[in-house]
Structures are given as structure tokens and as C-alpha cells.
Design a binder for this molecule. Structure first.
Ligand SMILES: [Fe+2]
Ligand SMILES: [Fe+2]
Length: 194
């Protein structure tokens, strides 16, 4: 498999989440109520999977390797746009979290804000994914030899392996913070042989 095969497979799951966000927007317009638990789960997906795991491989590996190549102006331009779109997705997600928290606290302004930021995310991702799938990924692979592509795929798998540990280290750190005391779990080392 080419490294872009892995990224394109991840795009398909991101599209499924975006479809659910679209459904939630329709639901809000019918009921005039948001579902804070849905938003929390969607934000967790976007931050952990779409951003850290997926954009992470694009930015920290693919784009980084591409930056060492003599890119055609068109590809350089698209890569700049893609990085900006990743940053925009992060800002929109942060804004959605703030609106969701305000909604839970009872703010009346929060519902239209939730709808706005969800709609912005559902507009951003399909265009971004299409740009990568149809205009960027395949021509990008032409800059790499077969060996470089194989090496990139290996780096992608190594990157993915770290994600589950990083995610739950963060979860525990947040739980410790919420508990207001250091439980010492994150500093414990697994015993030999386990
Ligand atoms: Fe991307
Ligand atoms: Fe992508």
C-alpha cells in the first residue's frame, strides 16, 4: 500500500463523522436543543483522530518530507492551503468546545454559536479532503521513490502506534487535574515482563 492509501482510508471515517455532525445540526434546528454529549464525542474524534492522528501524519511526516523536495509551485501552494485549513479546523473545534460549555452553563447565545461552528466544520472538511484526494496526494507521491514511499508508510504506522498511549496519558492527566490530586499513575513504569 502507498502511504496515501492509509490517509485516504482515514478520510472515509472522517466523512462519516462529518455526516453525523450534519445530522446533529438538522436535529438542533428541529428541536432547538443541542446534545452536549454528542458534541463532546465529536470533538474528541476531531481532536484525537482527525487532527492529532490524521493531520499529524500529514504535517509531521508527509508535508515535512515534501518540504525537502523541489515542489512545483502549484503543489507548494496547495500544501500551504492545507496547513492553513488544519489550523482553521483547530480554531473552529476550540470555538465549538467553548460554545458547548457555555450552552451547558445555560447561555442563550450558545445554541446559534454551536450551529455556526458545526456548520463551518462540515463545510471545511469535505472540501479539504477532496483537495487532498483529488488534487494533491497522487501527484505528491511522484516526488518519492518506491523505497521512500515504503519508508513513509512505516513511519505512518509507527506514528499511529503512539496515539493510543498519548490519548490515554492525556485522559489520565485530565482526570488527575479534575481530582485535584496527583495519583502518580502516569509516572508508574510497567513492570518487566508485562
Ligand atoms: Fe489534511
Ligand atoms: Fe487528510
Amino acid at each position: 500500500m502507498k502511504p496515501i492509501g492509509l490517509l485516504m482510508r482515514e478520510h472515509r471515517l472522517i466523512e462519516q463523522l462529518i455526516a453525523l455532525v450534519n445530522l446533529q445540526v438538522s436535529e438542533i434546528s428541529k428541536t432547538n436543543k443541542a446534545d452536549p454529549e454528542f458534541i463532546q464525542a465529536a470533538v474528541d474524534f476531531i481532536r484525537t483522530y482527525a487532527d492529532r492522528t490524521h493531520h499529524g501524519k500529514e504535517e509531521d511526516i508527509l508535508f515535512k518530507e515534501l518540504a525537502t523536495k523541489q515542489l512545483a509551485p502549484e503543489h507548494k501552494k496547495i500544501m500551504g492551503e492545507l496547513v492553513e485549513e488544519h489550523a482553521l479546523a483547530r480554531r473552529l473545534t476550540g470555538n465549538l468546545v467553548a460554545a458547548r460549555n457555555n450552552y451547558v452553563r445555560g447561555s442563550e447565545q450558545a445554541l446559534p454559536e454551536i450551529v455556526h461552528f458545526m456548520q463551518e466544520l462540515t463545510k471545511l472538511y469535505p472540501g479539504h479532503i477532496e483537495k487532498e484526494d483529488k488534487r494533491f496526494f497522487y501527484p505528491c507521491m511522484e516526488y518519492f521513490s518506491k523505497q521512500e514511499q515504503d519508508n513513509m508508510l512505516r513511519l505512518f504506522y509507527e506514528f499511529d502506534q503512539k496515539m493510543i498511549h498519548e490519548k490515554y496519558q492525556k485522559v489520565v492527566a485530565e482526570m488527575q487535574k479534575a481530582a485535584g490530586q496527583a495519583l502518580g499513575i502516569s509516572s508508574e513504569r510497567p513492570q518487566q515482563g508485562i
